[in-house]
Write a protein that binds this ligand. Structure first.
Ligand SMILES: [Fe+2]
Length: 370
């Protein structure tokens, strides 16, 4: 018997019949195992068989009962029923149980017998191939999913490091430009720290805090590229100077615009001089059109302006500035943000690099509120 020989299980209670069919199948080159009833079939059936031939009338467990049990085991080996009684009732029952074909005994036409066996073996091969294909497909999908996940992680890592590098570059650029603008350097650091203080008080999620920090850090970046020497001059600003100054939020947003990962920061920067009553600039948006992060920035930016010295007034104390925020809440500031800020600033201990309120910019010079 060669290794590729197909394996057939015959179950019949008649030893003579078993032996005859075994000899015929051996003659056609098949490997054969025999069982005397259904119970023996269930004991020896496994995936190595290609066809099962079941007699119908057997003691202990007949052919139909055996077929039902094989179905319960999800056995996908084709079953041929062996019957001497060509009854329609038998046929209907066998087909309803999923029988593949019938063999009549005694076997008088060997060619038909062999054709039926061959067809059942082909069916078995088809089922095996289909199963192997399904398993291979599932493996393939699993491998591809794992590869995609790995690539995705790499992309996220790459994207994160690219974002970090870009923010570092922007920070370096801003620091270099701030060397020429003493007002902004202290202001930016304080506003960033105040914004994070308020964000933490509101228990904002980590990703919102990242956006808030970046928006605060770059909120006045527009000032660094327009000539704002006028803000250091004594006396009132002209209308033209105000027009120029009021361009800084939109200019800042345009600087950030090419950085796709800072889309939200861009919007916040553009609107950090809006007011709840719609009288701010550049777009005259009202409170219901502004998100929480923008409302936070509006409050802390103004608070720092109030508590820093200006060339036409001394700085306000913390209490005075908080009273002013409260007075203007609802119109200029969001009341909820003012309340959160008031509660958190009272206990605030500034960090190492913090330019505490009341202290002017790094140079000690004084400026207009812009
Ligand atoms: Fe500003």
């Amino acid at each position: 018997m060669n290794d590729d020989a197909k394996k057939i299980l015959i179950a019949d209670d008649d030893a003579m019949v078993r032996s005859t069919i075994e000899k015929i199948l051996n003659m056609f080159g098949y490997e054969v195992e025999v069982a005397a009833d259904g119970l023996e079939v269930l004991e020896c059936i496994d995936d190595t068989f290609d066809v099962v031939i079941l007699d119908i009338d057997m003691p202990n467990m007949d052919g139909f009962q055996t077929m039902s049990k094989l179905n319960d085991l999800h056995c996908d080996v084709p079953v041929l029923f062996l019957t001497g009684a060509a009854s329609m009732d038998y046929a209907v029952k066998a087909i309803s149980l999923g029988a593949y074909d019938f063999l009549t005994k005694p076997i008088d036409d060997l060619d038909i017998f062999n054709v039926k066996i061959k067809r059942a073996i082909e069916k078995r091969m088809y089922v095996r191939r289909e199963r192997e294909y399904k398993v291979a497909l599932e493996d393939d999908v699993r491998i591809k999913a794992a590869q995609l996940e790995k690539q995705n992680k790499l992309l996220v890592k790459y994207s994160n490091s690219l974002e970090t590098a870009t923010v570092q570059l922007m920070t370096s650029l801003q620091n270099a430009m701030e060397e020429k603008d003493y007002y902004t350097v202290g202001h930016t650091l304080r506003v960033t720290e105040y914004a994070l203080l308020l964000g933490a008080a509101m228990d904002l999620p980590e990703d919102e805090m990242v956006v808030l920090r970046r928006a605060a850090q770059f909120h006045d970046i527009g000032k660094l590229v327009i000539d704002l020497s006028c803000i250091q001059k004594p006396g009132k600003l002209t209308d033209e100077e105000w027009v120029l100054i009021r361009k800084h939020p939109s200019i800042g947003a345009n600087i950030i615009k090419p950085l796709g990962f800072m889309a939200r920061e861009q919007t916040i920067i553009r609107h950090h001089h809006e007011r709840m009553d719609g009288k701010g600039y550049p777009d005259g948006l009202t409170g219901d059109q502004l998100d929480d992060l923008t409302k936070i920035l509006i409050v802390v930016d103004s608070y720092d302006a109030m508590t820093s010295r200006r060339n036409y007034r001394t700085n306000m104390s913390m209490e005075q500035a908080l009273a002013e925020l409260d007075l203007c809440s609802g119109r200029q500031f969001d009341k909820t943000m003012v309340d959160y800020f008031t509660r958190s600033i009272v206990d605030f201990v500034p960090g190492e690099n913090f330019f505490y309120q009341g202290k002017p910019g790094a140079s000690g010079r004084i400026f207009h509120d812009v």
